[in-house]
Design a protein around this ligand. Structure first.
Ligand SMILES: NC(=O)c1ccc[n+]([C@@H]2O[C@H](COP(=O)([O-])OP(=O)(O)OC[C@H]3O[C@@H](n4cnc5c(N)ncnc54)[C@H](O)[C@@H]3O)[C@@H](O)[C@H]2O)c1
Length: 248
């Protein structure tokens, strides 16, 4: 158990972020729920509190440096420190256009949320964790952070960037007591995938050795483990949670 510890989760209003906020709470952390969707964030806070957990929602747009700075500062003020973070806020952007056909608008949006947003979070989380005596951060990449995927170039580029950023921050800060890892989920049953074209989803499941979608709880438990003492020598890794997709 991690009583007295504080976790900060972005994208915690939905899907993988929300499930991981619950998993941190169940492991004994006080949890900061950060999301740009205020209704979803407030609902996630209410659910955790109703289950007897310590949780607070902070409105936060990860593409806005001042917004991230404020959410991290408010978390430290409210709970007294920061020991773990999971950066799950993300969008997949447009699908279906080859690299030479995608729009600049889609490229900029996906890079801003998925890659720049992750960097802005690290930029404010690392100093807060250092001041709290050390801890661990997990960034949410994807199987698309390891493999290419046709007609998804902005997302693939952003998620590969998240893996590179993770490796670099990991080697920079480990001696000061902050470990940084990434998780690379395969297709997980979340609202993000409910928006996908059913034919595309069928194709994704067909190429997955497990032949099923992963559960949010399977990613969430991996993240909580990576932030635990048991993972104390795991640093700078991109851990696949994909039923073997990337082993092929
Ligand atoms: N679902 C999957 O199959 C899958 C697979 C691999 C990786 N991922 C990654 O997992 C993460 C979570 O995905 P999900 O499926 O839970 O998605 P989701 O759409 O269910 O949740 C994403 C959350 O991020 C929030 N968000 C989006 N932009 C934001 C911003 N600028 N600032 C703050 N919050 C913002 C949304 O409001 C939402 O609550 C993403 O980074 C995604 O790329 C998902």
């Amino acid at each position: 158990m991690s009583q007295g510890k504080v976790a900060f989760v972005t994208g915690a209003g939905s899907g993988i972020g929300k499930g991981t906020a619950l998993a941190f709470a169940e492991a004994g952390y006080a949890v900061a729920i950060a999301d740009r969707d205020e209704a979803a964030g407030a609902a996630a806070e209410a659910e955790l509190r109703a289950a007897g957990h310590s949780a607070a929602f902070f409105a936060c747009d990860v593409t806005d440096d001042a917004s991230v700075a404020a959410a991290v500062a408010e978390t430290v003020e409210r709970f007294g420190g920061l020991h773990a973070a999971f950066n799950a806020a993300g969008i997949e952007g447009e699908h279906g256009k080859l690299t030479a056909e995608g729009t600049l608008d889609n490229w900029n949006r996906v890079i801003a949320v998925d890659l720049t947003g992750t960097w802005l979070c690290l930029r404010h989380q690392i100093p807060a964790i250092l001041k709290s005596g050390g801890g661990a951060i997990v960034n949410c990449a994807s199987v698309a952070g390891i493999l290419g995927a046709p007609a998804f170039s902005a997302y693939v580029a952003a998620k590969h960037g998240v893996v590179g950023l993770t490796r670099t921050a990991a080697i920079e800060y480990v001696r000061q007591g902050v470990r940084v890892n990434a998780v690379c989920p395969g297709t997980i049953a979340t609202p993000m995938n409910q928006k996908l074209d059913p034919e595309l989803l069928k194709g994704l499941l067909a190429i997955s050795p497990a032949g099923r979608m992963g559960l949010v709880s399977e990613v969430a438990r991996t993240v909580v483990f990576l932030c635990s003492e048991g993972a104390g020598f795991i640093n700078g890794q991109a851990i696949s949670v994909d039923g073997g997709w990337n082993a092929q």
